[in-house]
Write a protein that binds this ligand. Structure first.
Ligand code: THU
Length: 160
């Protein structure tokens, strides 16, 4: 028997001012996207902003549906659009936040498992790490790779 310890690192900041200017802009774009979300059922409006290697920012937000499972999370809307528009451009970073009837969330929310899996695919596909910036009004959490959230993950190597 061998018990394996798996370590993961996340960095917390108190304010966007502590981050690089480009990431401050990315947070702003995620906030802007959240306000345009279509979330009449959950009233949880999520916004994502993807920074590409070509420096373009692509925004996305959750799109809900009366048939609940037909909706899609903000992160995947943004990533799939970015990948369809620029199939050869890696993703450098993604910022995510959410807006509710009480305003922007106070604590950051981690992306759901399906979104993490899609982000992981992008890291593997382009062989680059994605910076993840999770914005809450009281705290901003940053990770330097999706592997910080999914240290044990299913990827193309398992299909060999
Ligand atoms: N949602 C996202 O857009 N991203 C996530 O990572 C978690 C959840 C959306 C899905 C649904 O429209 C609403 O938030 C409530 O779950």
């Amino acid at each position: 028997m061998n018990k394996r310890e798996i370590k993961s690192f996340l960095i917390d900041y108190n304010s966007p001012a502590e981050l690089d200017e480009k990431y401050q802009e990315l947070i702003q774009k995620a906030k802007e996207a959240a306000q345009k979300a279509y979330a009449p059922y959950s009233k949880f409006k999520v916004g994502a902003a993807v920074l590409l290697e070509n420096n373009e920012i692509i925004q996305g937000n959750n799109q809900e549906n009366a048939a609940y499972p037909s909706g899609l999370c903000a992160e995947r809307v943004a990533i799939f659009y970015a990948n369809s528009k620029y199939p050869n451009v890696p993703i450098k970073a993604i910022a995510v936040t959410a807006n509710t009837d009480d305003g922007f969330i106070k604590e950051p929310i981690p992306p759901c498992g399906s979104c993490l899996q899609v982000m992981l695919e992008s890291e593997v596909r382009y062989e680059n790490s994605i910076q993840v910036i999770l914005y809450g009004e009281n705290k901003i959490t940053k990770a330097d790779s999706i592997k910080q959230f999914l240290p044990v993950n299913f990827n193309k190597d398992m299909l060999k």
